[in-house]
Design a binder for this molecule. Sequence first.
Ligand SMILES: Cc1ncc(COP(=O)(O)O)c(C=O)c1O
Length: 361
Amino acid sequence: MEPGLLLIPGPVPLPPRVLEEFAKPAMPHYGDAWVKAHRETREMLHDLWSAPDAHVFPIAGPGHAGLEAIAYTFLRPGDRVVVVSNGFFGERTREVLLSHRVKADVVSSDWGSGPDIPALREALKTPTRAVAVVHNETSTGITNPLEPIVEAAHAADAAVIVDAVSSLGGIPLPFAKLGIDAAFSASQKCISAPAGIAPVAVARSLWEATDPETVEGWYLNLYTWDRYEREWGEWHPTPTTISSNLFYAFHRALLLVKEEGLEARIARHVKVAARLRDGLMGLGFSPLGPTNLLSNTVACFAPPAGVDPNRLVRRLRDEHNIYISGGLGPLRGKTIRIGTMGTQADPEIMDWLLKAIRASV
Ligand SMILES: Cc1ncc(COP(=O)(O)O)c(C=O)c1O
């Protein structure tokens, strides 16, 4: 298949140095080189989450594996969880949690708006084990402010679980400073690695308050991952076979984040997202949400009257070899979505895209 310019909201194009690692012959998933890469990966994940004391794990699986690992390890059937939902991935969180037989109540607000904090405070008057929220709602291009959510949850003695799939590495997410209890992300977005690794972070307080004996399951039980680190750490620190191509590519992608510096990387996302937004608004497109909540990793815009978003997505693909996405759920046929994550956050790429859009509307 002819490669195109991948500007969907993840996966993103791999940087050449990551691609080089991904294409190498397979290597053992244990031994000295693996132990070293694993140790460095954990150190870099501590930096990326800004959480030096948290337990961090590179779980092999998609972002959802991170959510399920947190659910298996820290939630129990019958626990009440309040899901703050304002988009497709908020609804997905609820669906996943319900499958774990927790009681998932939703504090919802319109797609494209911010979280309803007064309604959250009200919902937390009933005893609650945890509040779950999507930091960056990839379906609407809205970044949910976490501070008021953490504050309300902790005031009610509830833990905070954060979906950081489309924010980690692109939008500030100081896990420890915010007081988040557990969070997960995915390798294929702002980190710009291949899909298949879910970085998970857990605060020490939640870790120590949980009895490992009460956790069901093995692979997505984070205490299993911890046990292998402690007991097999000298030669085989991960419990199962992880693709060496994937693991070393992920390690390389984290090295690139470190080389660039997290602050500089986040500043690059701010700048490029603003350039794209200005360009789109100049062409008559309108963002879905209020200016102060617009995401720096995904743009969700409605086209000007008379322009069909699905037709625009197709024309960009067929005539310019550029892949962007359409709307999800109720936004299908109403919006377009463009990723500005990791490698996509490049001013020249955005200018190229805007030129193609101008020629296609
Ligand atoms: C906010 C958010 N959460 C969860 C997911 C699911 O990630 P994965 O497909 O890696 O499981 C996505 C994927 O786009 C996402 O954007």
